[in-house]
Each structure stands twice: as C-alpha cells, then as structure tokens.
Design a protein around this ligand. Sequence first.
Ligand code: HCS
Length: 575
Amino acid sequence: RMDRGLFCENTSRKVFLLDGATGTELQKRGMPAGVCPELWAIENPKALMGIQEAYAGAGSDIIYTCTFGANRIKLDEFGLGDRTVEMNKRLAQISRQAAGGKCLVAGDLASTGRFLRPLGDMAFEECVNVYKEQVKGLLEGGVDMFVIETMLDIQEARAALIAVKESCELPVCVSMSFDESKRTLTGTDPVTALITLQSLGADAVGCNCSTGPRLMLEIISMMKPYARIPLMAKPNAGLPRLVDGSTVFDMGAEEFGTYAEDFIKAGVSLLGGCCGTSPEYIKELHHKCSGLKPMPVDCKPYSALTSSSKTAFLGAGLPVAVVGERINPTGKKKLKEELRQGLTGEVRRLAAEQIENGAHVLDVNVGMPGIDEKETMVKLIELLTGMAGLPLCLDSSSPEVLEAALRVYPGRALVNSISLEKVKLERLLPVAAKYGAMFILLPLSDDGVPECSEERCGIVEEVFREAVRYGYRKEDIVVDGLVMTVSSNQQAAMETLKVIEWCSRDFGCATIVGLSNVSFGLPERGWVNTAFLAMAIDRGLTMTIANPSSEVLMSIKMACDVLTMRDANSMGYIS
Ligand code: HCS
C-alpha cells in the first residue's frame, strides 16, 4: 500500500499516468443501459478485468476501482444498499487482480447524488458515514490509495475526504468537475476548491470529466500558483455531444495525446482520461509523457480563507480585511433573546448589514448561557453559508463547538482564537489543524496578557513553534496585536503597534486587531479607535475585527489602503 510521504515524493519525481474511462468502456463490452454498473461488473468480472488489464498494459500507474456509484445511497437505487461493503470489497479485489502488481489501485468514491444542507436535506455527518461504509469495503479489498472524483459539490467532496482520512492513513486525491463557467455545479471556482481541499489534507487535487482537455488546461493553470500538492487532470475525450439520444465523444486518441505536454507544463503530475477515453488514449499519453518530468511545486507563501464560493486572500499589498464582529451576543439583548428561542432573524439582519457595508469575513460567536452552543453554531454556519458567500471566522473557546463548526463549514475558516494557554494549545490547536483552518494567535498565556511587546512577541514565537508540529506555516496564522485601554495604561496602544510591526516586518505573518478596547473610558471613542486603526495599518496590519457599519471607520480604512499602496489604482476607494 502507498504511504502518503512516498506518494508525495513519487509524484514530484515522475508523471503518474491514471487510467481512462471505466463506464463508457463497460458499455462497449456489452453493459446494458439502466443496470447497476457495479453489479454488472461483479457479474461480468472478465469484462472489467479486460479493461483494467489493458490500462495497466497501456502504461497506467494507477487504476481506479469500478466503484463510482458504489456508495449506499446510489446502490439503494437498485435495492443493493445492504451489499455496499461486500460489493466494494469484491470490486477492489478484481482491480487488484487486474493490476497484477504492475500498478496501484485507487479506491474510487464519487457523488451520492444528494445535496447536503443548506442546499439539500442531507446532514453532513450522514454523508461522512455513507462514505466511511464504502471506504471500509475498499480497504478490505486491499486498495493502495483513494480517489474522490467527479465531485460537483465542495461540501460533499469534503465529507468524502474526511471519511477517508478518519478511516486510514492512505493517500487520497480529490478531483472536482467544473463546467464551462469554470465553476462546479454548486458554484465553487478552481482556486477555492484547491485551497479548501488542500488545507483539509488532500494529497492531490484536480479535475475530471465535464470538459475536454482545452478548458481543463485553463483550470489547472488557475490552480497551479496556489498548489502545494500535486495536481491531477482526467479530461473527457472532448466535449460530449448528444447524437440520437446517446452521448458521443469526438476527440480521438491521437489528438487527446497532443495535450499531454501542455498539461505537464501547466503543473499536472497525475494525468489520465475520463469519459470516452480508452486504453488507446492512455497509450498515447504514455508515449507523449515519456521523458517528461512534472513541474516542481512552486507556490509562494500566501494566506487565504475560503467560503464555498470565494477565496479571500490576506496579506501585504492587499486591502485591510474587515472581520465583521456583530454576530456576537455580548451586549445584544435582541440577539440573545432570539438565540435562546432558536430564531435567526436578527442574525440574518446583522449578517446582511455587515455584508452590505463591506465586511470581508464574518465572525460568528454564540457563546452565551442558556443555549446549546454547538447546535446553534452549526445552525448559524448553515444559514450563513447559504446567504453570505463570505468566509467565516469561527469564534469559540470550546473544542467540541469548534470541531462541530469546522466539520460543517464548507471552506477554509479562520479560528478565533488560540493562545499560549495550556487548554488552548492542547485542545483547540489540534482541532484547528485537523481541518486545516487558519487561526488567530492571541499573545497571552495562563499568566495573562503581558504588557510589553517583547514578551508578546516571545509568546507568538512559542505558540508558532507548537503550531509547526501540526503542520502550520507562518502564513496560516494571524497574530492579534491585543490592544488594551490607553486610559488606564498610556503605553497600551504603542505596545500593540510594536507587536504588529514586528509580525509584519520581522516575523512575517498576518496581523489583526480589535479596536474598541483602546478607547474604553474616553469620550468620542470612534475617533480614537479610527486613529488607532490608521496607525496600525501604517505598521502593516492585515485585518481588523470591527463593525463595518461604522462609516468613519470604513472610510479611513479605504483611504489608508490607498495611501499604503494596498488599493491598486485606488479602485476600491473610488467605487
Ligand atoms: N471513473 C469513472 C468516472 C466517470 S465521470 C468512469 O466511468 O470512468
């Protein structure tokens, strides 16, 4: 079986050839329309073995099990749901036999055909469990690795990825399908899909089916600058056409093969074919790829959060991102009352208002007595991902709440927050890391908040050292400058500014600051807060957690973006 480290090493040294189509090849070998393909393959093992042996012979390094529709939900359509484990096991065994030790066998997972909440009615955990059952059968059948393919919905892809990762240590690749608008059916663009799945721990990401090679090349080129992992592509044999009720793929093997070099130059390390391709196409790829090496992983450090439909890049040279702080019951009577009653009108209103006023990320905090925080958090995430499209900042100090939130959040979230406090490091950090979230680092410890900047910077380094053990990089963290009240300590603002400057210029990570503490006890607090924001932006601040409905604050922020060269051609300011 393949080991994840080895997979990464091998795919950086050599282009891995995948197989070609299974479904359209089974049809050529007599599989009638309307039957369950997986059952037909089990009952006609020679047909399946013939296809897979031909792929191995043509040069495929990895063949996929014929289990595309072998999850319980799909098999139930044929009354076969109860045979899920047994069928997956058998189909994996057939592929093992066909591979004959010449190539690897990837256990194939694909869509259930149902939509997850909030688009549909399937609960996230139900979906994870459906995939876990299939994974169990495939593992029993002896697969070397997994591939999750033709995914149309990022949330379903996440569920399948989590199912594999919670079941075994084998490498797992995820391949999405994008249409001509370069989005998945449920609206995810290629970069967002890549960043989301890569941070969740996929070993390779890419695309298959739907388009022919030409459009797929563009999609791969979009992903490449952000890919820290190998990219994969499995295009169809051209764009499908409907002729007399059946689907026809026009591109011949020779023409298909002419794209091989372009794919490799665009950054693909795993290349094969999808619907309409055959062993002949793989032979062409094999021929064209011989002597070609994959492009190196060449991705500059970047900080990014995603929702299911967009990526928010953060960092030097980009406008300061505003994290809307309003979805937090502290001091909000109406919100508290509604949350207690299980109502969401006020949350919707606060979200809409913040989006309208230019928030880039929404913070969600539901920590208050008298409610089930976990249940409320999950409910609000489903609500907000349905309406907002903005990345979320998940704000809870409970590891259980955080894990439930990160599981259902359909992108790469920002966790608020992790400090040097023992419980945070031991309980929150592993959870944030498991889901690949970015996190806000609070420079405080069990002894409290140090007043001087040097001590705070020391804490940043200490927390970061711990985070590195979980795979974190500097670009994955956002340090909170932690401002205290100037009216009780005149040094407070300046010390925070020093932390921000040190992080951006010396340590090299993103920063955030909340504003309201600084002015506590002073008159005309808005002016003090806004002046402080402007000063922090000058020191390199990346984000602020604030109320985007404050006009003065947003106006000064946009003016600062112009003055600090973060707003190209002043476009944000003008509009
Ligand atoms: N591996 C599957 C993908 C279908 S989109 C097949 O049939 O080739």
